[in-house]
Write a protein that binds this ligand. Structure first.
Ligand code: B3K
Ligand code: ZN
Length: 861
């Protein structure tokens, strides 16, 4: 597919100031009348024709300032329409188009899910509703009239504020919405359907009363309360943390069941995958509650970082996404335990972004070129993008960061901005040159930070050498390295180092040498505290030194990291004696602190994943060997820690108290469930029995699912009985069945392939609902490395078949599934050959979508 390049950006030849829409909803023939107030863009090409984007549209009528368009002046193609000689003055174009919402399986544009009409326009879905300048730097004020059958769609929602509503004839009705804030088409949305709601009001710091509502399938209103509460907390927080107030009279969230991603920040009308809205203790886990809170916040925060200030072009995607992820991470950290949340952020960065950045799909946080923009909503743009914002804050300090954010919003409000505009705001308020820092946006690959130290007892100095090793040639990056020294009794607070300010050294050269003075004993360096930069740290320490960090460091992140590092080495290079020493250190840690901070302790007990172990190897990855080594280590730890784990299990037993999703309660459940899982690793028989008990006694989904997950990895009748009972109990709960599909898809046994084949025929499974596909097939490809990457190729074939089947109906979801092949070149030979064969089989399919062809082309290159 042809590439679109950043360097080719040109302003649009025309602008659209005002859009008046009249949308008549109908299951198969929705009619859209669009009146577009156009004018030539003074900054655009003065002689250009007018090209409006279109996709899968039927053009019913077109006129210009009330008169027809001469057929010779108009070309209509599948990709849009062109007016050869448009007026060189303001004019109004009226377009009537027709679409079939029921047949829209791509879930882009206007579609219907479970009888509810909804839209998804980012990145380029608005052109599937009407012909338009579908690019984010064309911003318009929208007025939308929606008309529908009253029975079918009693609720009609649009962007902005409601203006009027009323009946139309016998059985139809209408509503008019007006959004005063100019916006790009990708933020347009409507919803029509039979929906229940919960609502409340919020008074902004500016004194505006906002009606906030969450709409869900009727009868599910009791599951919407947590999401609504998260809306209110998000609004309060953005005022407090960033001085950002909401700017409309209503804020609506709608949950729909078929959705290509998590949620969408349409102005005043956020549309959500119902998985990230609906929650009651019997169906949602602690992780679900946390995700709902984070995603509600994320979409709400976009109102400023994304909507009020949007992106000039799609290359600038990180401008809204990286920044908004940073904002939602800060929000969740304030709502929960900051260190625990930070560890979670880094775990997911390493699980998703590091492998992406090391494989064929790697790209800069601001890409230079793309074939299909929907393939660039990646962990790199989102999560590494957020890390860049966090490093900027570390670099300039919290107060200057806040001042720079204020400046950014003030200078760019109502405009479509660039990464340069963002950095300019911080350069202005600090007077600093940020051009070297800006390289983070351009440079793909995860840098390596290599470190080594030397202690001189006579001089009482410690010399630390730091060097950055980049994956592509070029001038150095600016890497904030938060650090400290740790002695036998704890952090060495008396040492000094001129190059370190507030515990941070800024490495902006290829290498540097730091000399610490007044160092009374040989220290262990604690580097990259709180994960101060998205790099791979290369520092060789002994297990004893690392275990000192676990026991004594003041930085919780590095304490956790130390345990991870010891475990990782034991997975890659098993050694019974060192494993025993590790178990002993964990035991001491648990005795001292497990009950004081259970959430943190649960993370310390969670060993690096198989994926992380694979990612740490340069080539010839054998997933079976990694799986076996990790399993053996867990078995050993489970046996060595058994009495302690049982004590933890007993002392955290929740008894009869009511479930609460707060972080402290969730932390206790997490530790107790981690203990259960480790007991089972050490003694599968006893573990299965205990897990079965726990499954029966569970009073909430968190505990029930954790017990089921433990049993699921232990072959035997108890497992099959537990799975059957769970499936029957939740037969009417699609979101719970997704968990059930996922648990079975991730069983690390050869029979899992047959199991998945059976589950594909389960009445609750559906290829047209993205959540179902992701639950069964996505979990398999992403979280079952031994079976997905089977040497016989059967796992690859399973996923390839689904990609092929899905490509013609939902190419976005198909392309996303295909990214699971991203690390295929680092596998050992047999697996590599098998993967290549499957990829080439997909390639042979005629008429592949641009989405899949793009991922495939890059993966095979
Ligand atoms: N902005 C949307 C993602 C749109 C994805 C389009 N393929 C959700 C979000 O990041 O908030
Ligand atoms: Zn976003």
């Amino acid at each position: 597919p042809p590439l679109i390049r950043l360097e080719d950006y040109r302003p649009s030849a025309f602008l659209i100031d005002r859009v008046d829409l009249d949308i008549r909803l109908d299951p198969h023939a929705a009619r859209i009348t669009a009146e577009l107030a156009l004018r030539p863009n003074p900054e655009g090409d003065a002689d250009a024709p007018l090209h409006l984007d279109g996709d899968d549209l039927t053009l019913v009528a077109i006129d210009l300032d009330g008169a027809g368009v001469a057929p010779g002046d108009l070309t209509v193609e599948p990709s849009g329409l062109t007016l050869r000689n448009p007026p060189r003055r303001p004019f109004v174009l009226r377009l009537v188009t027709q679409v079939d919402p029921t047949a829209n399986t791509k879930l882009m544009g206007l579609y219907r899910t479970d009888g509810v009409y909804c839209t998804q326009c980012e990145a380029d879905g608005f052109r599937r509703i009407t012909y338009f300048l579908d690019r984010p730097d064309v911003m318009s004020v929208y007025t939308t009239r929606i008309e529908a059958n009253r029975e079918e769609a009693p609720v009609l929602l649009g962007n902005g504020n409601p203006v009027e509503a009323g009946p139309v004839g016998e059985d139809r009705h209408y509503a008019v919405w007006h959004d005063p804030h100019p916006k790009p088409a990708y933020l347009f949305a409507i919803v029509g359907g039979r929906l229940g709601k919960v609502e409340t009001t919020f008074r902004t710091m500016e004194g505006r009363d906002v009606t906030c509502a969450v709409y869900v399938e009727p009868g599910r209103e009791d599951r919407a309360g947590y999401a609504l509460d998260a809306v209110i907390r998000s609004m309060e927080w953005d005022e407090r943390a960033f001085g950002r107030a909401y700017d409309l009279d209503v804020f609506n969230v709608v949950a729909v069941s078929a959705f290509n991603m998590g949620a969408m920040e349409n102005k005043g009308l956020n549309i959500f995958n119902d998985k990230y809205v609906l929650a009651v203790p019997d169906t949602a886990t602690d992780a679900d509650y946390a995700a709902i809170e984070a995603i509600i916040a994320h979409e709400y925060f976009h109102n400023w970082s994304g909507n009020r200030v949007t992106c000039r072009d799609w290359f600038q995607l990180c401008l809204k996404e990286g920044l908004t992820v940073f904002r939602d991470q800060e929000f969740s950290s304030d709502m929960r335990s900051r260190p625990v949340h930070r560890i979670g952020e880094v775990r997911s960065l390493r699980a998703r972004q590091f492998p992406e950045d090391a494989g064929p799909l790697k790209h800069p946080v601001r890409p230079n070129a793309y074939a299909e923009i929907n393939n660039f909503y990646t962990a790199t743009v989102y999560d590494k993008g957020a890390e860049i914002v966090r490093m900027l804050r570390t670099l300039i300090g919290g107060a200057a960061f806040r001042a720079g954010m204020d400046r950014y919003f003030a200078d760019n409000d109502g405009t479509a901005a660039t990464v340069e505009d963002f950095l300019a705001a911080f350069a202005t308020v600090t007077g600093r040159d940020l051009s070297a820092f800006a390289r983070w946006y351009e440079r793909p690959g995860t840098p390596k930070l290599s470190a080594s130290g030397r202690y001189d007892p006579a001089a009482r100095t410690y010399t630390l050498r730091l060097a950055q090793i980049l994956t592509v040639e070029g001038p150095p990056l600016v890497i904030p390295v938060a650090l400290g020294l740790v002695g036998a009794k704890g952090p060495m607070t008396d040492v000094t180092c001129a190059a370190v300010t507030d515990g941070v050294f800024i490495l902006d050269r290829d290498e540097a040498e730091l000399v610490f003075e007044n160092v009374a004993e040989e220290p262990v360096p604690s580097l990259l505290r709180d994960f101060s930069a998205p790099v791979r740290l290369d520092l060789s320490l002994t297990d004893e030194q690392r275990l000192r960090l676990l026991a004594r460091d003041s930085d919780p992140f590095n304490r956790w990291q130390a345990a991870q590092d010891v475990a990782m080495r034991l997975i890659l290079d098993p050694d019974p004696a060192r494993a025993e020493a590790f178990a002993e250190a964990l035991g001491t840690f648990l005795d001292g602190e497990a009950l004081a901070d259970p959430a943190f302790a649960a993370l310390v007990l969670a060993l690096p994943t198989e994926g992380e172990a694979a990612d740490s190897l340069p080539s010839d990855v054998d997933p079976d060997a990694i799986h076996q080594a990790r399993r053996d280590l867990r078995a050993r730890l489970g046996r060595a820690l058994r009495p302690r784990l049982e004590r933890i299990d007993a002392s955290l037993s929740s008894g009869k108290e009511a479930y609460s999703p707060d972080a402290a309660s969730a932390g206790r459940r997490a530790l107790r469930n981690a203990a259960l899982d480790l007991i089972a690793a050490g003694d599968p028989q006893a573990g299965a029995a205990l897990a079965t008990q726990r499954l029966d006694a569970a009073t909430n989904m968190t505990d029930r699912l954790a017990a089921l997950a433990t049993i699921a990895q232990i072959p035997g009748e108890a497992r099959e009985a537990a799975l059957t009972a769970f499936g029957e109990r939740y037969a009417q709960e699609p979101l719970v069945l997704d968990k059930w599909f996922a648990i079975q898809a991730t069983i690390a046994e050869p029979e899992t392939l047959d199991r998945i084949a059976r589950l594909k025929a389960h009445p609750a499974f559906s290829m047209t609902n993205p959540n179902r596909v992701r639950a069964l097939v996505g979990s398999f490809s992403m979280a079952n490395p031994t079976q997905f990457a089977r040497a016989d190729g059967a796992g690859f074939a399973l996923v390839a078949d689904v990609v092929k089947a899905l490509d013609s109906t939902n190419p976005q979801v198909a392309a996303r599934l295909l990214t699971a092949f991203g690390s295929w070149r680092r596998l050992e030979k047999n697996r590599r050959v098998a993967a290549a064969e499957m990829l080439n089989r997909i390639k042979a399919v005629p008429g592949l979508s641009r989405d899949v062809a793009d991922i495939l082309g890059r993966t095979l290159k």
